[in-house]
Write a protein that binds this ligand. Sequence first.
Ligand SMILES: *[C@@H]1O[C@H](CO)[C@@H](O)[C@H](O)[C@H]1NC(C)=O
Ligand SMILES: *[C@@H]1O[C@H](CO)[C@@H](O)[C@H](O)[C@H]1NC(C)=O
Ligand SMILES: *[C@@H]1O[C@H](CO)[C@@H](O)[C@H](O)[C@H]1NC(C)=O
Ligand SMILES: *[C@@H]1O[C@H](CO)[C@@H](O)[C@H](O)[C@H]1NC(C)=O
Ligand SMILES: CC(=O)N[C@H]1CO[C@H](CO)[C@@H](O)[C@@H]1O
Length: 419
Amino acid sequence: MFSARTCSSMRAMLGAAFLTLTLGLLERVVAFDMTRNDNVGRRRYWGQDSANSQQRLSYYCKDSTVDTFPLAFLYIFRGTGGEPVIDFANTCNQWDDSVYSGTALANCSFLAQDIKTCQAAGKIITLSLGGATGQVGFSSDSQAESFADQIWNLFLGGKSSIRPFGDAILDGIDLDIESGTAAHYAAFVSRIRSNAGLTGLTASTYAEARANATAHANSTSHHTTASKDKASKDKDSKPVVDVTSASKYYYITSAPQCPYPDAYIGGALNAAHFDAVYVQFYNNYCGLDQPSDYNFDTWDNWAKTVSPNKEVKVYIGAPGSADAAGEGYVGVSTLANYVSDAQENWSSFGGVMLWDADTAYTNGRFDKGIKTAMVTSGAKFAPKQAHRNETTHTTSKNEEDDSSEPVEKPRAKSRFFRL
Ligand SMILES: *[C@@H]1O[C@H](CO)[C@@H](O)[C@H](O)[C@H]1NC(C)=O
Ligand SMILES: *[C@@H]1O[C@H](CO)[C@@H](O)[C@H](O)[C@H]1NC(C)=O
Ligand SMILES: *[C@@H]1O[C@H](CO)[C@@H](O)[C@H](O)[C@H]1NC(C)=O
Ligand SMILES: *[C@@H]1O[C@H](CO)[C@@H](O)[C@H](O)[C@H]1NC(C)=O
Ligand SMILES: CC(=O)N[C@H]1CO[C@H](CO)[C@@H](O)[C@@H]1O
């Protein structure tokens, strides 16, 4: 079914865009601690079929190595009838699928089940806006805010008579802006987060507040003799941050080029809340093939001193195969050195992003190779982690797997190795 849906001209056009996989940190739901520097998860762009063998989304979600899938791309902001246009190459596009009347927006509600299957498996599914051929941009903050409302209603927690992915609710937005004008993206991001009830919240404060709310609800609803002591004690731990208007955490990420600051999204990165940046260390002078100009330190400094979200994570973006980028491809062992270096030196390091899923898969499972390497370097740095002051972890202790077992160590460990 999916392999028959091809459109080679579109694929050629968008294939030059970007699609990634990350060994990173964006873990779904509340078991999420952005304060750690040892999260190793993984993210992979899906949608662009760069090696002509893209499988349906749920196929990739069976693999435990992948944490996040940005669906790539929504590449026209204002198309026919004022609706945006999405194109996931062979799987969902305006030529092979039906479109909503008077628009060029494909109705790909058949993806709803795949998205929900992936989410149920703990994956984060976001929508990536832009790409190398994007027709994108805003002329004012108010236009950016209206567009944010539109995106919120079409794909996230809002409501609309047209929902391209049916009743599936995506987990956030990725901005891969490589064309148009740079202005007003901060207004877009802030509006998405305000619609989500997340203004002022980081992923870890959200998780903590959610855990507090759960604990509070439990302590006020259970009045057995056995739990009385606990209940009265918990009365004091009322939620401080109110998350009742936030049904879940929505992630905002971006994929800037490594030259700092990024020409298109740099302004927004300095002004709005982002959860992670997937820096493209390829096709640039500062790429992985140019060790003397490689500039992760600059991005680490941005994360710590400039980004409004001091918990923002920086990923090493790398090509998944020699064909996936014009320049910048390095083999697994070289990339593994970059990774262990980053784990050792930069607390903002979040993981590795590979462009793209399809090429990484067909390049001898490059993604698995990196996973293995990260487990190895993770083990090398594990003793350091054990020495970290436990007090830094207690604030983000997750009530959901709180129960009665002393889970601090096992959790830290399993998260560390969770690729
Ligand atoms: C979208 O497609 C689904 C599945 O084919 C169909 O049931 C639904 O009515 C369509 N929605 C609209 C608004 O056309
Ligand atoms: C709160 O109650 C729910 C449902 O009864 C339960 O699943 C959850 O584990 C409890 N959480 C805490 C922190 O006690
Ligand atoms: C969670 O509860 C603790 C104890 O009452 C409180 O100190 C903390 O600020 C709360 N955190 C959030 C994010 O609400
Ligand atoms: C660890 O926490 C204790 C208690 O809060 C504090 O006294 C100590 O300075 C901390 N150590 C480090 C290395 O941060
Ligand atoms: C790239 C980088 O800064 N690497 C350094 C990481 O930390 C180790 C230990 O201090 C240094 O030897 C590396 O040069």
